[in-house]
Design a protein around this ligand. Structure first.
Ligand code: KG4
Ligand code: ZN
Length: 330
């Protein structure tokens, strides 16, 4: 049994997962409301809050799994990328938990977690597959030949898709985190009301979202505060349509170029209703088998970290005592 800890950004997470991918518990204490008043994550506040919450979140994960530390064989933890202070809380706690019991520790790449989230549950995806990861900090398409690694085929050259959602939502006066709010508002709007750019840079599989955010800024300015307020749902629907169109275009190109038979999505933006619906249609049309993880496995969580740890070499005691968190991709 694996106990996994994830504290890379503003969610304090712990999960208990078996070696064959059964999720016994997946606890997420979101700090969203705490950061909402600042309009984004404040790193120092995030680390302090992780410190306050982490013990209770781990206890809760063990209790919900109906188990205790004695039944845990391995501890897994997000090593990076993310906010360094936030990561350090998880890495320190995981090291301590593992060290007192002389358990092995598995340092996990957060993005690897998003890539292999679909290997959990009763119908796990098996390599080879392609995966679109769209989160608050990253957006890329990866090829997975074996679950222990992934090759990035194309990635964003500027903003991540989640960042585009959050910044766009902010321009529309929606509270942080903007992605879920925009998802909700877009359902009431007309996606054809406004024409926003679909940027597809180069002839590979890269993404770009910074121009889109600027286009929304100008559009809101041109409309004026009152009219923009009145047409907020149309703006949200049209803006979301542009983000999802770009993601789908690259997904389709990647599938065709690589001749993929299996496709998965992951990352916070994979919780988006329009993306989930339309990627399902795209994959059906291309006769590609699709894995869409439960929303709780798309946004940050520790179960996906446990998932990735099954395919990552473990460090034995006392080797991991010198392990450091890493803000950048390892
Ligand atoms: O994977 P994640 O939880 O954290 C990172 O690793 O970044 O992704 C968070 C991002 C945020 O930008 C958030 O606004 C976005 O995912 N997000 C959504 C939705 N739920 C979360 N974006 C669009 N629609 C959603 N339903
Ligand atoms: Zn993430």
């Amino acid at each position: 049994m694996i106990l996994a800890v994830e504290t890379s950004c503003d969610d304090t997470c712990a999960a208990v997962v078996t070696d064959d991918g059964e999720i016994r518990s997946n606890v997420i204490a979101s700090q969203g409301l705490l950061h909402a008043r600042y309009g984004g994550v404040v790193p120092e506040i995030a680390s302090r809050r992780h410190l306050e919450l982490i013990d209770a979140v781990i206890d809760d994960a063990l209790e919900r799994a109906g188990t205790g530390m004695d039944a845990i064989d391995r501890v897994a933890v997000t090593r990076g990328p993310g906010l360094i202070g936030a990561l350090l809380v998880g890495v320190s706690v995981a090291k301590a938990l593992a060290a007192v019991r002389r358990l092995p520790l598995v340092p996990v790449d957060h993005l690897h977690g998003h890539v292999v989230a679909s290997t959990l549950g009763d119908k796990p995806i098996e390599p080879p597959f392609l995966c679109l990861v769209a989160s608050g900090g990253h957006t890329f398409v990866a090829s997975v030949e074996d679950a222990g690694s992934y090759e990035v085929l194309g990635q964003t050259l500027d903003d991540a898709a989640g960042e585009a959602f959050d910044k766009g939502a902010r321009l529309l006066g929606l509270p942080y985190p903007g992605g879920p709010e925009m998802d909700r508002l877009a359902k009431q709007g007309d996606a054809a009301a406004f024409d926003f750019p679909r940027s597809l840079p180069g002839d590979g599989l890269d993404f770009s979202f910074s121009g889109l955010k600027t286009a929304l800024l100008y559009r809101v300015r041109d409309l004026g505060e009152e009219e923009a307020g009145r047409r907020r749902a149309d703006l949200a629907a049209s803006y979301q349509r542009a983000i999802v169109d770009s993601l789908l275009t690259r997904a389709r190109q990647a599938i065709e170029r690589e001749g993929a038979r299996r496709f998965a999505i992951g990352g916070g933006v994979a919780a988006n209703s329009e993306l989930r619906e339309r990627i399902t249609a795209t994959c059906a049309e291309l006769c590609v088998e699709l894995w869409v993880p439960d929303r709780s496995l798309c946004t940050d969580n520790a179960a996906m970290i446990a998932a990735a740890s099954r395919f990552t070499p473990a460090l034995d005691y006392p080797e991991y005592l010198s392990l450091d968190a890493s803000a950048r991709v390892a």
